[in-house]
Design a protein around this ligand. Structure first.
Ligand SMILES: [Zn+2]
Length: 294
């Protein structure tokens, strides 16, 4: 049994990321689970454009007092594993461009546009014609609008219709949904604590886990950090990273515990002692958006 934190090493962790990491760590440790750290570096062009970020992220987590078990998993080392799992599924080639999908799809659900199934039943002649255009196809799973329901510790039962989402991109890069499900399933992660923006992808991921014979984890989607306009916190919102805040003399752990309505403590380990004695995770601040003042 394990929990995990899985940052993308494309920009420094900000207060919201650090708070989610702390909550995931607390929920894992307070339920006697292991805790795994995973670097989600699938998009190698974006990672290459941000050198040193992965190491800085790990250093920030250490500075916050977060500990983890076993080696840090890097998704870029695991492309063969994801391709092997993708090959176990009923899939088809999709030749659509982004513009074609946008033109054919229904309205986006949040920032996600369900795939309308354009390529689900192409004839071999149609496939040959599109292949001759030269752009390599993405591989999509045939989900046939399966409906699935997950349990979230705060939101309760959440249902979703699963579209034929991408497993492998045209350039062979595994898609996020595939990698996350395979990694969680193979590393014993049975507790997924992450930002509320990912709640809508949980049914899709739980369905995929079931298709692959992997266990479905329990989910807890916690409140996101937002700026005063209600938008997700970003670097342009001022001093929001560990390095920036520490340089200003800010006690980052204190800012996070204040935001949760928890007492100020000297270290994350002390916080864990407090969680063991009281149901601190029952506090509504864990789940509500956290408005970060500049
Ligand atoms: Zn298509």
């Amino acid at each position: 049994m394990a929990g995990r934190f899985a940052p993308s090493p494309t920009s420094d962790l900000h207060l919201g990321n650090l708070r989610t990491a702390l909550l995931a760590w607390l929920m894992a440790r307070s339920t006697r689970r292991q805790f795994h750290l995973r670097v989600e570096d699938l998009d190698q062009a974006r990672v290459a454009a941000a050198p040193g970020v992965a190491a800085a992220q790990l250093a920030d987590l250490v500075a916050l007092g977060i500990t983890w078990d076993g080696p840090v998993l890097r998704q870029s080392d695991r492309f063969d594993i994801y391709a092997d799992y993708a090959a176990r599924l009923d899939t088809y080639e999709c030749f659509c461009t982004r513009a074609e999908i946008a033109a054919a799809a229904q309205a986006p659900h949040g920032n996600y546009r369900p795939y309308p199934g354009t390529c689900a039943h192409l004839t071999s002649a149609q496939r040959s014609a599109r292949r001759a255009e030269g752009r390599p196809p993405a591989i999509r799973v045939r989900a046939s609008s399966a409906e699935t329901t997950i349990w979230d510790a705060h939101a309760g039962w959440v249902s979703g219709v699963v579209d034929d989402f991408v497993l492998l991109r045209g350039d062979g890069t595994p898609a996020y949904n595939l990698a996350v499900v395979v990694d969680d399933g193979l590393t014993g992660v049975d507790q997924v604590v992450r930002g509320a923006d990912l709640l809508s992808s949980a049914p899709r991921q739980a369905w995929l886990a079931g298709q692959l014979g992997l266990p479905v984890p329990e989910y807890a989607h916690v409140g996101l950090a937002v700026n005063q306009q209600g938008d997700r916190l970003a670097k342009r919102d001022g001093a929001v990273t560990m390095a920036q805040l520490t340089a200003k003399g800010t006690n980052v752990l204190g800012v996070i515990t204040d935001s949760l309505g928890w007492p100020r403590v000297g270290s994350a380990a002390e916080l864990l002692d407090a969680v063991d004695q009281a149901p601190l995770l029952d506090h509504p601040q864990v789940w509500d958006p956290w408005v970060v003042a500049p």
